[in-house]
Design a protein around this ligand. Structure first.
Ligand code: B12
Ligand SMILES: [Zn+2]
Length: 271
């Protein structure tokens, strides 16, 4: 389920059952603090966002060419932030397209065309964001990359956007890097967190391989926290029946906002 604040139309994240991509009402911390739930005048219908979502999918299914400026204008008109549009609307729409494709109900061409549109949208959002701009000299707190052979980097681009908007110094390396290079990069850049994206459940082993490589190569005991996300991490978390799993060395995350929330306290603690 996709949970939105019914008072300010802010996306609050996914909740169980995760496989059902329907909109559900919630309230954000800010609206709760402002006591908005006590005044029915603030309650907004989620219907316009649901219509926007369905309309976008329908147009993609009809192979209508989606115009970036048009979709951005529509989301602005609804009062949605660019990041919420990307994570709360485009991401689930893409997941649905992917499911239909896997079921043989949508052609590869349609799915790829929609993926390209989402990619253009995310690139545009990154370019027009007011988030942190990292200079070459700035040491990143977070380094993100896809494990070797994983070309699902769209999610990481969105994560980069979410982190930069939270002012977290983040460096992204896509499409994907060989394991030995990921280890080398971590040892050279020394981020507090190394985030890797995996698309298959079996690829969770890469977190241990990378960790072992960093431990073998470190000369002063430096080891970053490894964060794992992407479709493979979601399947892993489903198996464990949890939303996220944070161990001493490795953390598994389902959603971008879970990770940004985790980082807020983690980076403060290790500062
Ligand atoms: C788009 C897509 C593609 C695109 C990728 C485009 C790109 N540049 O990213 C293309 C067409 C290249 C592709 C190829 C393939 N794909 Co594909 N793809 C998808 C699809 C439809 C959507 C993925 C996506 O981008 N979602 C939108 C983003 C924003 O969401 P996200 O990736 O989940 O990321 C969010 C979170 O997960 C999280 N996150 C992601 N990474 C990380 C990392 C960290 C550290 C953290 C904290 C969080 C985090 O934050 C993100 C933002 O909110 C999924 C369907 C699905 N159910 O996910 C299949 C899917 C992932 N693909 C699948 C498959 C099988 C493939 C192919 C093997 C298909 C083929 N036969 O060729 C190839 C493999 C290519 C490769 N070697 O990587 C399967 C994987 C199943 C499996 N276990 O193996 C899926 C699940 C489809 C399916 N139902 O079968 N794919
Ligand atoms: Zn709110």
């Amino acid at each position: 389920m996709l949970k939105w604040c019914s008072y300010c139309q802010h996306f609050l994240g996914e909740k169980e059952p995760y496989e059902i991509l329907e909109f559900t009402h919630g309230i954000c911390e800010n609206c709760r603090k402002l006591g908005r739930q006590k005044d029915a005048a603030h309650l907004k219908n989620l219907r316009p966002i649901i219509d926007f979502y369905n309309n976008l999918k329908d147009r993609a299914l009809r192979s209508e060419r989606l115009q970036l400026s048009e979709v951005i204008a529509e989301s602005k008109q609804l009062g949605l932030s660019p990041l919420d549009t990307a994570i709360g609307v485009l991401q689930p729409a893409l997941t649905e397209m992917g499911t239909l494709y896997a079921q043989g109900k949508v052609t590869a061409a349609k799915e790829h065309a929609f993926t390209t549109f989402v990619d253009r949208m995310v690139t545009h959002l990154l370019a027009s964001s007011n988030g942190l701009v990292l200079s070459d000299e700035m040491q990143p707190s977070v380094v993100l990359t896809c494990i070797d052979g994983n070309y699902h980097w769209l999610g990481l681009k969105l994560l980069e956007l979410a982190l930069l908007e939270e002012q977290v110094p983040t460096r992204l390396f896509i499409p994907s890097l060989p394991t030995a290079e990921i280890i080398q990069l971590a040892l050279e850049m020394r981020p507090q967190v190394l985030g890797i994206s995996i698309f298959d459940r079996t690829q969770t082993v890469e977190a241990q391989n990378i960790l072992a490589g960093i431990r073998a190569g470190t000369i002063d005991g430096y080891v970053p926290k490894i964060a794992v996300g992407g479709n493979g991490a979601r399947v892993f978390l489903d198996e464990h029946g949890v939303d996220q799993l944070i161990e001493d060395d490795v953390g598994y995350f389902r959603q971008a906002y879970d990770f940004t929330n985790f980082l807020k306290s983690f980076l403060k603690k290790s500062a």
